[in-house]
Design a protein around this ligand. Structure first.
Ligand code: UDP
Length: 320
């Protein structure tokens, strides 16, 4: 039987590169696409010798053409960290809206099943805790995070419209905070920020009083969940994340212990609309996908720290 062929947009990014590896490992032919604005070719360089791997340097907000058949599409192209989407707000809106529309069109033309990457950000600063898929969210549409949150909400609406109107096979994953090797050191998110600061002997910057919570999922758990969701027959949104919740102050202290750093914690002002709490309700994923996270935070953080340490001083500087 011939191998299935999958297009992964954002393929050179943190999640995209892990997904490329996973689908190659599972025997798929993988076409990765990325405009390399926040992605990094170094994340996928090791895949180029594989004859089942192709890479297109392309911006999916413009018309997308892929020659040949496609069985599946994963739409993972988007800036995904608050400082990235503050820096490039228009591209963020375009990739979630125009990019999604282009890929839905491609999926329709190829009769491919498409899974789009949505986010816990669609719940905004949630008034319901933990967040289950039935919660409609509390999003400020015109705040600085609105460019990401609303693009992703539009993405979900457009995906369901193609599902209902065109009978396209669609899947929607709502991804909660995920971490692991290949996060960008300078993407501004808590984990790479804290590890970078600890490695450089600088103070760890905790925003606000650090009492806000997040729940961090290790990347291999997330990838397994996405794989199961793609192959399932469930077309409604599914939360994937690790429900183990922690305050950001405690998280910074964990990183200090892990790295053996004696850096102090420095408190900075809280970004606008920073969600006060976030924790996924994953009962649906458990039921539909028989999935739950397996890697606990101490193991996941140890793997991630080992990756950053192994980069060496020059690459650490380059990735700043
Ligand atoms: N945060 C922090 N210091 C940093 C970066 C982030 O205290 O250097 C906080 C941020 O304000 C938020 C939490 O850590 O409350 C998680 O932020 P991140 O950017 O990782 O992801 P978010 O969940 O906000 O998208």
């Amino acid at each position: 039987m011939s191998k299935k062929r999958i297009l992964i947009t954002g393929g050179a990014g943190f999640l995209g590169s892990h997904l490329c590896e996973h689908f190659l490992f599972k025997g798929y032919r993988v076409v990765a696409m990325d405009n390399l604005i926040t992605g990094d070719i170094r994340n996928i360089e090791h895949l180029f010798p594989n004859p089942d791997f192709e890479f297109y340097h392309h911006d999916v907000s413009k018309f997308v053409h892929v020659a040949g058949p496609l069985d599946y599409i994963l739409h993972f192209a988007s800036p995904a960290s608050p400082i990235d989407y503050l820096k490039i707000p228009i591209q963020t809106l375009k990739v979630g809206s125009l990019g999604t529309h282009n890929l839905l069109g491609l999926a329709l033309a190829k009769r491919a099943r498409i899974l789009v990457a949505s986010t816990s950000e669609i719940y905004g600063d949630p008034l319901v805790h933990p967040q289950s898929e039935s919660y409609w969210g509390n999003v400020n549409p015109i705040g600085p995070r609105g460019v990401y949150d609303e693009a992703k909400r539009f993405q979900e609406a457009m995906t369901m419209a193609y599902n209902r109107y065109h009978k396209l096979e669609t899947r929607i994953v709502r991804i909660f905070n995920t971490y692991g090797p290949r996060m960008r050191l300078n993407d501004g998110r808590a984990l790479p920020a804290f590890i970078g600061q600890a490695l450089r002997g600088e103070p760890l910057t905790v925003f606000g009083d650090g009492s806000q919570t997040r729940s961090f999922c290790y990347v291999s758990d997330l990838v397994e969940g996405i794989y199961r969701l793609l192959l399932s027959d469930f077309d409604q949104p599914v939360n994937l994340g690790n429900p183990s919740e922690i305050t950001i102050k405690e998280f910074a202290e964990e990183i200090l212990r892990l790295t053996g750093s004696d850096s102090p914690i420095e408190y900075k002002s809280l970004p606008v609309d920073d969600p006060k709490q976030r924790k996924p309700d994953i009962s649906l994923a458990k039921k539909i996908l028989d999935w739950e996270p397996k890697v606990d935070r101490s193991q996941g953080l140890a793997n991630t720290y080992a990756y950053f340490k192994a980069l060496g001083p020059q690459e650490l500087r380059e990735r700043q």
